[in-house]
Design a protein around this ligand. Structure first.
Ligand SMILES: Nc1ncnc2c1ncn2[C@@H]1O[C@H](COP(=O)(O)OP(=O)(O)O)[C@@H](O)[C@H]1O
Ligand SMILES: [Mg+2]
Length: 226
């Protein structure tokens, strides 16, 4: 099918240990993500959600198995090739915003394009538009220290989508916000996701958040089930 933007086949991950057998995190994980599809991966703390997401996003390597992103096998890529795929096709949102303190909301949003050496006028306009959609139109020149927790996380969302990625990976993106703020931020994010038609993989231990996605997978005892 040509509307698949990510597929993984028989992914397994284990961490070697010095004085004991390797620590097996998950085995034979396989699934596909369609164009503009949203899925969540739920599981308790320590179940391997972050490890899986990092591998899907090309930030870590699996012990075995393959990951195909936008028709390219990223499991076989070197760091340069991976950087290019990540920068062109993927966006990331983490639990902690990881904004750069000495840059404004607008500059932080533009950072993926600055790193790629692309900052046309239209990119500035697009970043302003995205920040406006996220309710930050009056906060463009604020530094992270001048923003609330929810606002910072909205800037992190803007940064994740500014390069018009095909897939956004979100790892407990509202995990350090209070419940009300978390749901406000997510609702606005899902609105934007529908507008931009980006595919989304969100990792969470919160079933209320998972219920906002089209499909829910559960990672338990090293097995991924739908
Ligand atoms: N770099 C690492 N080396 C060894 N063990 C790790 C490493 N990263 C994670 N783990 C272990 O893998 C398991 C899954 O971790 P993680 O993927 O962070 O789970 P989750 O995100 O679901 O909380 C944990 O038991 C953790 O201790
Ligand atoms: Mg985690």
């Amino acid at each position: 099918m040509n509307n698949i933007v990510l597929s993984c086949r028989n992914l397994s991950k284990s961490y070697p240990q010095a004085d004991a057998p390797a620590l097996e995190i998950f085995n034979n994980v396989s699934f596909e993500l369609g164009n503009s599809e949203t899925i969540s991966i739920v599981g308790s703390s320590g179940s391997g959600k972050t490890s899986l997401l990092q591998i899907l996003a090309g930030l870590d390597t699996a012990t075995s198995g393959r990951v195909i992103v936008c028709d390219e096998d990223i499991s076989m890529m070197n760091q340069n090739e991976l950087c290019k795929v990540r920068n062109q096709h993927l966006g990331f949102i983490y639990q902690f915003h990881h904004l750069l303190p000495e840059f404004t909301a607008l500059e932080n949003t533009l950072m993926p394009l600055i790193i790629a050496g692309k900052q046309a006028n239209e990119d500035y306009q697009y970043a302003e538009y995205i920040l406006g959609r996220l309710g930050l139109g009056q906060r463009l020149k604020h530094f992270p220290s001048q923003l609330s927790g929810g606002e910072r996380q909205r800037v992190a969302i803007a940064r994740a989508v500014v390069n018009k990625p095909q897939i956004v990976f979100a790892d407990e993106p509202t995990g350090n916000l209070d419940n009300t703020t978390a749901h406000q931020v997510l609702d606005i994010f899902f609105e934007l996701q529908q507008e931009l038609k980006t595919s989304l993989i969100i990792v969470t231990h919160d079933s209320a958040i998972a219920n906002k996605t089209q499909k829910i997978y559960q990672l338990k005892n090293g097995i991924l089930n739908s």
